[in-house]
Design a protein around this ligand. Structure first.
Ligand SMILES: NC(=O)c1ccc[n+]([C@@H]2O[C@H](COP(=O)([O-])OP(=O)(O)OC[C@H]3O[C@@H](n4cnc5c(N)ncnc54)[C@H](O)[C@@H]3O)[C@@H](O)[C@H]2O)c1
Length: 258
């Protein structure tokens, strides 16, 4: 049975009720996990109150600001986890960022600064958060990140984010090799296209979804709940033999050649 009772789970990346992280948080809660939620702080505090209201029904025992571009906020998040929980068992890394201008047009037009920004927020942040979580995963653990097919193959407009996802997927393997002896598993879910705030920045996202609906064996794209269920599985004792893997939750789209 999928049971996460007694597990402390930190979920990053909830922006609104379309977020994949929201689908994951709901499934972890349903499986009995104790939740900690981080949000991306903004100057007017809008995200803080918006996300807080959304996650209230899941009764998170921690609710913290965490911009991964600010190491002090990452340190403060894990400092609070240490103080209040003592240990963490599950880390959901579900965040990414690239400038909208770089998610369309010629890939080669990307500026160095924007390239670094996309890789910093979308790929390095997994290393950064895993390093902070590692000493607190004293009873083993599971780290799950979100990736996309555009990190393994060329998908029009995905551009610099594809490079970031390729780095992210390799991060998964190196982290899995490092943390395996501590019984910490690290895996990625490669989700099919879903309409969210982040994906709306990718040029032609609706065309991508329609293409999947036509080509994928299941003739539809996936839902946040389906991704959430797979994340819950990867965090549970049902998947203790799985680490360093990228699991495709994409209605089978990635197996098709034509
Ligand atoms: N939507 C899709 O089609 C799709 C498909 C495959 C993978 N993914 C991946 O899923 C993950 C979640 O994206 P989503 O589609 O749910 O969109 P989303 O916009 O709901 O989530 C992205 C999150 O990243 C957070 N974020 C951005 N910059 C940050 C920073 N500096 N520090 C902390 N948080 C920051 C945002 O606050 C937001 O919560 C991303 O890694 C995305 O690439 C999405």
């Amino acid at each position: 049975m999928l049971d996460l009772t007694g597990k402390n789970a930190l979920v990053t990346g909830i922006a609104n009720n379309r977020s994949i992280a929201w689908g994951i948080a709901q499934q972890l809660h349903q499986a009995g996990a104790n939740l900690g939620i981080t949000y991306l702080p903004d100057e007017k505090g809008r995200n803080e109150s918006k996300v807080q209201k959304l996650v209230e029904p899941l009764s998170p025992s921690l609710y913290l600001p965490c911009n991964v571009q600010d190491q002090a906020q990452v340190d403060a998040t894990f400092g609070e986890i240490k103080k209040q929980w003592g240990r963490v068992d599950i880390l959901i890394h579900c965040l990414a960022f690239a400038n909208r201008d770089d998610l369309g047009g010629d890939f080669s037009a990307v500026k160095q600064e924007n390239f670094n920004l996309a890789l910093d927020v979308s790929a390095y942040s997994l290393v950064q958060m895993s390093a902070a979580a590692k000493p607190l995963m004293t009873e083993g653990g599971s780290i799950v990140t979100l990736t996309y097919l555009g990190g393994a193959r060329v998908v029009p407009n995905y551009n610099v984010m594809g490079i970031a996802k390729a780095a992210l997927e390799m991060n998964v393997r190196y982290l899995a090799a490092e943390m395996g002896p501590q019984n910490v598993r690290v895996n990625g879910i490669s989700a099919g296209p879903i309409r969210t705030l982040a994906s709306s920045a990718v040029g032609g996202i609706l065309d991508m979804i329609h293409h999947v609906e036509e080509i994928a064996p299941l003739k539809r794209t996936v839902t946040q709940t389906e991704v959430g269920n797979t994340a819950a599985f990867l965090c549970s004792d049902l998947s203790t033999g799985i680490t360093g893997q990228i699991l495709y939750v994409d209605s089978g789209y990635s197996i098709m050649g034509m």
